[in-house]
Design a protein around this ligand. Structure first.
Ligand code: PEP
Length: 241
């Protein structure tokens, strides 16, 4: 039985005060959420401590948006695994397309971060996905297989989540057709040693399309950007039918 993981990626949005305000609006909705769904918030680093204190006793798990592979060191601007686990963080997003596109992440650094996350007790969420140009050129399958091959070298597949995020669908309102997302996620699963790795879909997930997305047999959850910023819309997503 594969785990269902629903994660909100807040990107570079929300101050600490705003994150606490979000929680007040969001927490009451979790009373309706089936127990087996893992609910995860991935705020900016600066919100993690405050949220961790406020979440004490709640079922929400915390995720970071990046992690360095070393335990500590002269790596200005980076955050290590032990710094995250000490404050109660359990998950971390690795290789998001915005990190690859704007901050020079490569499959090699993604691989280092995945192994570093696992070494210090975090569960990484590996993001893969193609650009519009790659899709139009018929390169979706080969690109994704290559991202998996290079990213997953020596990565423990017992402690891993994967997110399929077609880049052209992120933040655009242009969702990937659900059957197509299901097909690509099936392809991803066929490449894995462990078929029970939860595989999420990400890309313009919203209250109006969540039920259809989660009805697909290969899709084990969602990674949500914009629609996770408002308590009511993220609540509708975690409480999908
Ligand atoms: C994301 O940030 O990973 C994402 C999928 O964003 P959005 O839901 O806004 O498309």
């Amino acid at each position: 039985m594969r785990k269902i993981v629903i994660a909100g990626n807040w990107k570079m949005y929300k101050t600490q005060a705003e994150s606490e305000e979000f929680l007040q609006g969001f927490l009451p909705h979790l009373q309706e959420t089936p127990e087996e769904r893992e609910i995860l918030l991935c705020p900016p680093f600066t919100d993690l401590s405050a949220l961790s204190r406020n979440l004490h006793g709640s079922r929400i798990q915390l995720g970071a948006q990046n992690v360095h592979w070393a335990e500590f060191g002269a790596y200005t601007g980076e955050i290590s695994g032990p710094m995250l686990t000490e404050i109660g963080v359990r998950y971390v997003i690795v290789g998001h397309s915005e990190r690859r596109q704007y901050f020079g992440e490569t499959d090699a650094t993604v691989n280092l971060r995945l192994k570093g996350a696992q070494k210090f007790g975090l569960t990484p969420i590996l993001c893969v996905g193609e650009t519009k140009q790659q899709r139009d050129a018929g390169e979706t399958e080969s690109l994704i297989i290559s991202q998996l091959d290079k990213g997953l070298i020596n990565v423990d597949q017992e402690n891993l989540v994967i997110a399929y995020e077609p880049i052209w669908a992120i933040g655009t309102g242009d969702t990937c057709e659900t059957k197509e997302a299901n097909r690509v996620i099936g392809l991803i699963r066929s490449q894995l040693k462990n078929p029970n790795v939860p595989i999420q879909y990400g890309g313009s997930v919203k209250p109006s399309n969540i039920d259809e997305i989660m009805a697909q047999p290969e899709i084990d959850g969602v990674l949500v950007g914009g629609a996770s910023l408002e308590p009511e819309s993220f609540a509708r997503i975690v409480n999908y039918h």
